[in-house]
Write a protein that binds this ligand. Structure first.
Ligand SMILES: NC(=O)c1ccc[n+]([C@@H]2O[C@H](COP(=O)([O-])OP(=O)(O)OC[C@H]3O[C@@H](n4cnc5c(N)ncnc54)[C@H](OP(=O)(O)O)[C@@H]3O)[C@@H](O)[C@H]2O)c1
Length: 326
């Protein structure tokens, strides 16, 4: 089978298009013929060597996809060959990938496979940050970093379903137009506008209940100034690198209004309760089938051109989701 592999971390050219034998599923695994592999910022971080959960090298990148069940391990009874599925698991930049049956989600025959591939990482992350962690309530206000990205697109669609006000941050006017068209109530270009001032204006001085921050770097000082009483920052990525903020000092600032910061990593939902992952994925794939949510596919790119996909995602130009086609 054709795969993309990384032997050494570094720039785009580390993504090598190679030939390998397909994986053999173990007794609890499902072997999937990949139709669409999604490109996540986590893949860019894995390739560059900065991802907190680095796979051993050489590694096949890609952590979610959609496809058709090819075969199942001896303990797997809930899937059958020929069935369309989406899945989480390492090694999706390939013609075949094997993953634990608990990380495989059945989908209906008529679902668009590119859209299905865009659901697991982006939408489950948005869903669990908003519902499992923040217990978002109708009438609250949520602020999302990277609003034009894959997770940012998921956040606005789930915010609409939960009747919360959404503020999206982005870096260009072109992406601001995309964010507006997706339904964000307020859009702030953080390169040209005073974010804290705008948020205070939008919320009548109160601040926001939830901030979904995937950027880190020097952004947390600003976040603490925008939190409503009891508000929380959910820190789930570090596109701009590790925090440069003194978090102990900022927690002291937030103390008087009971405001704080928490971290989120999607795999922790499996650690907490695998049935929770199954229930949430069922909700999201039903919402996809019912057209209540719809990923925006920015571009479909041949697997052999994965390096171009990474270059594009890293350039910050992507609006929505990139999909690789083996
Ligand atoms: N913890 C988890 O379980 C989990 C799960 C999924 C995703 N994530 C994280 O969520 C974030 C979004 O993922 P995604 O796949 O949907 O990617 P994405 O949002 O499509 O792409 C990254 C976006 O981040 C923004 N950004 C801000 N500062 C940046 C910087 N210094 N360098 C590069 N980009 C920067 C850019 O948007 P603007 O130019 O508009 O700011 C860029 O387009 C990533 O950081 C990812 O690691 C975490």
């Amino acid at each position: 089978m054709k795969v993309i592999r990384i032997h050494q971390t570094g720039s785009f050219d580390r993504l090598k298009y190679e030939e390998l034998d397909p994986p053999v599923p173990d007794k609890n695994e499902v072997l999937i013929k990949v139709i669409s592999a999604s490109v996540n910022f986590a893949d860019v971080m894995t390739r560059s060597g900065t991802y907190p959960m680095m796979p051993p090298l050489p590694a096949i990148p890609g952590i979610d996809c959609s496809g058709i069940v090819e075969s199942v391990g001896e303990n797997v009874t809930q899937f059958r060959p020929g069935q369309p599925v989406a899945a989480l698991g390492q090694g999706c930049y390939a013609e075949y990938m094997a993953t634990d049956a608990g990380a495989v989600f059945p989908i209906s025959e008529d679902i668009d496979m590119d859209e299905a591939a865009a659901i697991p990482v982006n939408y489950l992350t948005a869903y669990h940050m908003m519902h499992t962690m923040a217990h978002v309530k109708e009438g609250e206000t949520i602020l999302a970093y990277a609003a034009a990205g894959g997770v940012g697109t998921a956040v606005i669609q789930l915010a609409r379903l939960a009747n919360v006000t959404a503020i999206g941050l982005t870096s260009t006017d072109e992406k601001a137009d995309y964010v507006r068209a997706r339904g964000y109530d307020h859009i702030i270009n953080y390169k040209t506008e005073d974010v804290v001032k705008r948020v205070k204006e939008i919320t009548g001085g109160k601040g926001v209940e939830i901030i979904l921050n995937s950027v880190a770097g020097d952004t947390f000082d600003r976040d603490f100034k925008m939190l409503a009483p009891l508000g929380q920052i959910i820190w789930f990525g570090m596109a701009a690198g590790l925090p440069q903020t003194n978090l102990t000092e900022q927690l002291g600032v937030g103390f008087l209004k009971s405001a704080g910061i928490r971290t989120f990593m999607l795999p922790s939902i499996f650690d907490l309760d695998p049935t929770l992952m199954a229930r949430s994925s069922e909700i999201l794939f039903n919402d996809l089938a019912d057209k209540k949510i719809k990923p925006h596919i920015y571009e479909r790119i041949p697997l052999s051109e994965a390096a171009r996909a990474h270059e594009l995602l890293e350039s910050g130009k992507v609006q929505g989701k990139l999909i690789l086609k083996p």
